[in-house]
Design a protein around this ligand. Sequence first.
Ligand code: ZN
Length: 380
Amino acid sequence: MIQKGYKYRIYPDVIQSERIAQHFGTVRFIYNTALSMRVRYYEQYGKGISKRAVQDQFVALKKTPEFAWLNTIYSQSILSALEHVHVAYQNFFRGNAQYPRYKSRKNSWQSYQMPQNVKVDFDNECIQLPKIGWIKAKLHRTFDGEIKTCTLKRNPAGQYTLSVLVETPDTLPVPPPIQADKTIGIDLGLKHFMIQDNGDKTDNPRFLNQALPRLRIEQKKLSRCQKGSQNYQIQKNRVARQHLKVSCHRNNFLHQTSSWLVRDNQAVTLAFEDLHVKGMIRNRKLSRHISDVSWGRFLTFVKYKAQWSGKNTIYCDRFAPSSKQCECGHINHDLTLDDRIWTCPVCHQTWDRDVLAANNIKRFALAEASGKMGECPVSV
Ligand SMILES: [Zn+2]
């Protein structure tokens, strides 16, 4: 069984949009109320309140006349909001996340979940949501399997998408053993998006950079509009659309490149550097470029696509001196970022630094995968 996600644009009419907005608002209200309930309980009793106790409080709340309107909202969505608070708390106490924050009405992204009862009609191109009804949809792709959780989102440009998680009857193929001659090393960079150990380079399209001039003009126009006026809303929408366009182009590129890398390749193992992109974004000079290039998302795409087609992904330590160390073991400590090509003083091989990095990533990752750490001379 594989779980696959499908995302569709949906086109609710005015009444349906209104109903959806009520769901966004209610789910946010439930989330925030449950959060403050937990905070107060902890302050009073010095311990966490159980999931069950929070649920019982809301069941009681629904029965009061003041909160009777909660019954017009899909109850499973309310339960999943309670679940979200619970999970957010667990993640915080395990040290995996920050303290959960309240959700804001002003957030330009709104969403809510439906754990079941969503129906998809491919013949008539529409989707049925509980308590909302049948909504027109663009069903560009069909699927086989059981619908699990669905998430409805509204983006800053006011467009709606439904993400459908489907449990398909397929099973994951078993990947073959990792072999050095069927492995390619891949270095991810800023100048070139991707460099393979055989010297192939893929350009970095820099979508944000391309869009920046236009974005700055629209942003400036927005700053001249009177806040809250109708023109302000129209212009705000225009800016949101521009941003959306950049992220669509980028996603499309990441999907195409990752599919191509996984499918149209003789290699059965792909080796990457383990990037801690989030840590790198703190470098403010490079942060815009690094978030534009989206290596993290790319690696996520490659990983699941490799799993689906029975291929391996392996990683090497991010501190490996990947562009400084010659194959013979000599480390060129004097190498600067401007040195694109260098010759090893020990074995006299000439290296393109990016291709060398890809080669080293392959060597180090293979060594780490086989557990022979001694063969991987990593110096920090
Ligand atoms: Zn050398």
